[in-house]
Write a protein that binds this ligand. Structure first.
Ligand code: PXP
Length: 248
């Protein structure tokens, strides 16, 4: 078994719950099934608009992950109210992402080349590290050395590379070699700087294969495909399918 980690994003279990304003499906049960199936961590995104995960879900899921001795990876935008909730819950990982209210899902990496964004993210990383020294931080960014150089100027532990555009190109049977080359170069840079190299967005049982074969990333955070596939296969089986791909 390879030591590559699978983080399962269970936001869409909450999406289904919120669609009816019911108390089911249970996010706590989803987290338990995912961890019982062998996943390495639970990922959730507390969005400013609370479209899926609610504030109380963060506490609930954290209690489950703590009980299993597994990490919680909390994705947040650099919004002061959300940052305060993240700090209160002290997750093992915080992944800082850009967030726009009108987007369907996170659409790209942090624009650290914009001075204002750079300073806000740097300030956020410093605040998190001062209040929760054991929490690790990753930044969700595009696979460009110029951007990752800017990440290296902050107190972070990893970058999570936005794989959404690669995934769409792969799904459309387009040439993905440029994406793979850029991931490979970014990986070499991160290894030199001792920055963890994670991936997330749009990944499925098929577009994951080339990334795993080339041993590009040490962690994959995957949500939409798993929850969609689980409608037919069951959550346990969908998680196990990806574990087999990633680890064997
Ligand atoms: N990583 C980040 C930073 C994300 O914003 C998302 C989507 O919430 C994911 C991973 C999971 O993406 P998907 O649901 O497309 O697998």
């Amino acid at each position: 078994m390879k030591n590559i980690r699978l983080g399962v994003n269970i936001d869409h279990v909450a999406t289904l719950r919120q669609a009816r304003g019911e108390e089911y499906p249970s996010i706590a049960n989803a987290a338990k099934v995912v961890l019982d199936s062998g996943a390495d961590q639970i990922t959730i995104h507390l969005r400013e608009d609370r479209r899926h995960i609610q504030d109380y879900d963060v506490t609930t899921v954290k209690a489950v992950t703590t009980n299993y001795g597994k990490p919680l990876n909390l994705e947040i935008g650099a919004n002061d109210e959300i940052i305060a909730i993240a700090i209160d819950n002290e997750p093992e990982w915080i992944c800082i992402v850009p967030e726009k209210r009108e987007e369907r899902t996170t659409e790209g990496g942090l624009n650290l080349e914009d001075d204002k964004t750079f300073h806000k993210i740097k300030q956020t990383c410093d605040l998190i590290k001062s209040k929760c020294p054991t929490t690790k931080i990753s930044l969700f960014v595009e696979s460009r050395i110029e951007i990752i150089e800017l990440c290296a100027q902050m107190s972070i532990d990893a970058v999570e590379i936005h794989t959404g555009e690669y995934a769409i190109a792969f799904n459309n049977n387009e040439d993905t070699s440029e994406y793979i080359d850029s991931f490979s170069q970014a990986k070499t840079f991160c290894e030199k700087k001792s920055i963890g190299f994670h991936a997330g967005h749009g990944l499925t049982d098929t577009n994951l294969l080339p990334l795993v074969e080339k041993e590009l990333f040490v962690e994959y955070n995957i949500g939409h495909w798993i929850i969609a596939d689980s409608v037919f296969s069951g959550l346990d089986a969908s998680v196990k399918t990806l574990i087999t791909i990633i680890k064997s």
